[in-house]
Ligand binder design. Sequence first.
Ligand code: AMP
Length: 477
Amino acid sequence: MPIKKLRDKKKQIPKKYKEHKPKAKKKEAEGKDHGQGEKGKRAYNVLRGMHDILPREEKYWKPMFNNAMNLADHFQYGRIETPIMEEVGLFVRSLGKGTDVVEKEMYVFENDEIGRVCLRPEATASVARAFINGGMWNYPQPVKLWYWGPMFRHDRPQAGRYRQFFQVGYEILGAEDPAVDAELVLIAYNFYKDLGFPVEIRINSIGLPEERERYKAELANYYRAKKSYICEDCRKRLLKNPLRLLDCKADQCQPIKDEAPQIVDWLSDASKSYFMKVLEYLDELGVPYNLQPTLVRGLDYYTHTVFEVYPAVPSENPGEEKAQSALGGGGRYDLLVEEMGGRSTPAAGVALGIDRSVAVLKHYAEKNPLNLPKPVYDIFFAQLGDRAKGRALKMINDLRKSGMKIGFNLYKNSLKTQLELANDLKVPYALIIGQKEVQEGTIIIRDMESGIQEIVDQKKAENIVKKKLKKFDDGDK
Ligand code: AMP
């Protein structure tokens, strides 16, 4: 684009989209030099409640993802990716108006073209929408889906509570069977067991909406009689969403909560026997659980089974409230798809928070070193001179499908430094290429242990190296 046009375009950028500089702190911020960039330039910080996941964290994040994917493969879930932006109404209708997530925590944007949209605070509603939009009711039922991605909640940041965080989730749509509920609890349990740390499963049943309504009325009656003894928040909950009274952590409310009526007594025989079946399956699977009569999982879309996963090891921050340290949660949502405008489709799912899981994994790894596999390099590529650098990069690229793990640092010009790196990576062979080798179409293979070098044809190098490496596969190391 011609520069003049570009300049004109720049002029058109509405003021509100121009770079935001906090006014009060502008001077201070502009003077900051974080050792990067020029003096006088403002250094940007990651937004409050959000965090970068740096390469050094990879050793914790990678096993999470691999584990999630292996479980999905084994239990036959298909991967689904939904957009991070959705219509606001999708979450208002599914999660419910009176929930904290919808009332206070959504990042909402207004736009003439797309209307009121928000960053997704969770993915189950999106999966239900995609199930309908994608005509998945026509697939053989049930449809098993899994996702991995960032969620956004504009909450007050604190330990383990972020504004952008990752979740992995598993959903089963199109089957009403206690074995489905048990499978999802099993997946959550396995996810952590395979990572090497034990978790506690808390489980309850909240039955069907009509049973819950009767229970809510009873609970509200009970709390109304004790109104003068409960905390300010609970007084509000009593008016707005009595079920949330059971989430209260205030000391003054605990004795009242302990004596409160329990939802299980308001369940029909059919709901009770459904729940019993889920528990029987868990017994059969050897998944330990604790019945938690006050567990209701604040969202409107749940029916029957609800459960949460907690670390069984002390969490990163022992002072942290228990509700904040849940690693994951899930349950049955038989009415959601219909509520979203689809056909009646029984369903259930679980979502596990990865950021919190990583925190616990780190904490656990401090005491019990994890046997996380270290990458094993087969060869190291070293180069000397500009032309050799280009050829080395080309050869490294050509070897992508060779199955060999190749170490290199083409941006170091000293051969000595590069060979030291090769030593650090403990490779048995280094491939060295200089100007002379480029011209002659050859390459040097150096045995790192003996220091013996041989010159071979570049085209034959892959096969020769593979043959040499084979003796290590045969256990001759
Ligand atoms: P929920 O469905 O809200 O219970 O979320 C399921 C899991 O996602 C939780 O148990 C957490 O591990 C994780 N999670 C939820 N909200 C946050 C947050 N604000 N920051 C970090 N992780 C979260």
